[in-house]
Design a protein around this ligand. Structure first.
Ligand SMILES: Cc1ncc(COP(=O)(O)O)c(C=O)c1O
Length: 498
């Protein structure tokens, strides 16, 4: 017997007008998907709106129910819809932005504006596979011995290092064994440990891409190496400029340059490895979001090309959650012992239970399945943000769209980037400018927009606010909003995630 659930949609349900034209694709499911997506991104279906049951929409449209079920499933994958067993399918709600409303100060709140947070950093935290993780934690606790809960292998449990070795070889073409992997608390710890190892080995400078992640530079420069900026162009880091420095170590983001979004070209990959051989140097490969590719063919890691020269560093911060603080380093074999010792002396290792749980996810195939779902979701979000940029900011060049979780837009020359970030913030839109990412080299104006966290239904509104902010960020424009700024947020970047 089934109990009556008051939230179960009735057979009638809300009525939804959809025009099924073929601009969204040739199959019926693609047309229904595209029409609903358009209704959401265009604001006709607001966040939280209830959709008709698949049965009643199918009846209204004269289609089979399977077509509507497929469309709803696709839109749920993309993050536009939320459906839970026993309750109606709804448009994704406003994403809860814990930091943002605090950061956007009262003007936005007072005027009733909803904060829209498009700063790069965390992925879609609502996509964390809670059920799979719970299962993995349960089986971990029933499987591991009491003795496994002690101070065991500070550089990572055997199970996780084996699972990671298999995964990195299969997915990133890495040349690794469980013995050469060190488990760390995220890319950040992997890099700080490597910097300390390099310093102990006599390095005094680290070449970094310009532009690159500003927070990361700050962290690394406090560990004993000075940062030397090397320019980046559309092929990636400029290896000739690198060769003119006195550095023998470089930090790069070859799979997806942060923030420009480009991929290191094959020629540059070969040139970079030659450089490392010539100077007896080390390449630190920050593989922070290589799992997300849309139009781009997969390219194996640089580490697979030159395992004695490259340290591959990755984490689950983009694929699962940064709060797990779980990552890995596959250093050149010559650095393994020093890296292990540094990790042990730092913190005696990470959480054994979480490491076992991640190993379970990797070996069961659930991690791969989760990534497949995420790629579909992020591709849909990226397309929605691109459509919003094209409508509201048609003259702003957009780059770096083929991979990752963010894109880069270029404001017109007359717009001051820092003023734009501030003006956007007072309108409840949080974005990140690239100004601080160039170090000592001249900056090129740019705005990083993340599409990882929803709500997609607010992307048009976000770009509308950005267009409005741009009107007040032109030199000589009346700074009518200056007085509404909260002092702590004046720089517009002080509270960036990362
Ligand atoms: C360039 C870059 N590397 C690495 C990371 C991730 O660092 P972690 O693994 O320490 O969370 C980020 C996070 O946003 C990043 O932007």
């Amino acid at each position: 017997m089934t109990a009556h659930n008051p939230s179960t949609p009735t057979a009638v349900g809300p009525v939804l007008l959809l025009e099924l034209d073929d601009s969204h694709g040739s199959t019926l499911a693609a047309r229904v998907t595209g029409a609903i997506r358009q209704a959401i991104t265009g604001g006709r279906l607001p966040p939280g709106a209830r959709l008709p049951s698949s049965r009643s929409l199918a009846t209204d449209l004269g289609l089979s129910r399977g077509v509507v079920v497929a469309a709803y499933a696709r839109l749920a994958d993309e993050g536009f819809l939320v459906s839970r067993p026993g309750s109606a399918t709804r448009v994704s709600d406003i994403y809860p932005v814990p930091a943002a409303p605090k950061a956007v100060s009262s003007p936005a709140d007072a005027s009733g504006l909803v904060a829209i947070d498009l700063r790069p950093g965390p992925p879609d935290l609502a996509a964390f596979p809670r059920a799979a993780w719970l299962r993995a934690i349960r089986s971990t606790l029933s499987e591991i011995a009491d003795s496994d809960l002690g101070y065991v292998s500070p550089w990572g449990t055997d199970t996780l290092r084996s699972a990671l070795a298999g995964y990195l070889a299969r997915v990133r073409g890495a040349d690794v064994t469980p013995e050469t992997i060190v488990v760390v608390n995220g890319v950040t710890q992997g890099l700080t440990l490597l910097v300390r190892v390099l310093r102990a080995a006599g390095h005094r400078q680290l070449a970094v891409e310009s532009p690159s992640n500003a927070a990361q530079r700050g962290v690394l420069s406090s560990h004993g190496l000075s940062m030397v900026d090397v320019p980046v162009d559309e092929d990636g880091v400029d290896v000739e400029a690198l060769a003119r420095t006195h550095c023998r170590a470089v930090l790069v983001t070859p799979a997806h340059q942060f923030p420009r979004g480009t991929q290191l070209s094959s020629e540059r990959r070969a040139a970079l490895v030659r450089w490392a051989e010539d100077v007896d140097g080390v390449i630190l490969e920050d593989d922070y979001d290589s799992d997300f590719r849309y139009e781009r063919l997969p390219m194996s890691s640089l580490q697979g090309l030159a395992p004695t020269r490259v340290a591959l560093i990755g984490s689950v911060s983009k694929t699962l959650a940064p709060g797990l603080r779980l990552g890995w380093v596959a250093p050149p074999p010559a650095l393994v012992d020093a890296l292990r010792a540094t990790k042990r002396n730092d913190d005696f290792g990470g959480s054994v239970i979480e490491q076992h749980a991640l190993a379970c996810l990797l070996t069961s195939g659930e991690y791969d399945g989760h990534l497949r779902m995420l790629r579909r979701r992020y591709r849909g979000r990226r397309d929605a943000l691109l459509a919003a940029v094209a409508r509201e900011l048609p003259d702003w060049p957009v780059t770096g769209v083929a991979a990752g979780l963010h894109l880069l837009i270029e404001p017109p020359a007359e717009v001051d980037e820092a003023a734009l970030v501030r003006q956007a913030a007072v309108r409840g839109l949080l974005i990140q400018g690239t100004g601080r990412m160039y170090g000592t080299l001249p900056p090129h104006p740019g705005i990083v927009l993340s599409y990882a966290r929803g709500p997609v239904s607010m992307f048009y509104e976000g770009m509308r606010r950005l267009a409005e902010a741009a009107g007040h960020a032109v030199a000589g424009a009346p700074a009518i909003d200056a007085g509404r700024r909260r002092p702590g947020h004046a720089s517009g970047t002080a509270e960036d995630y990362f």
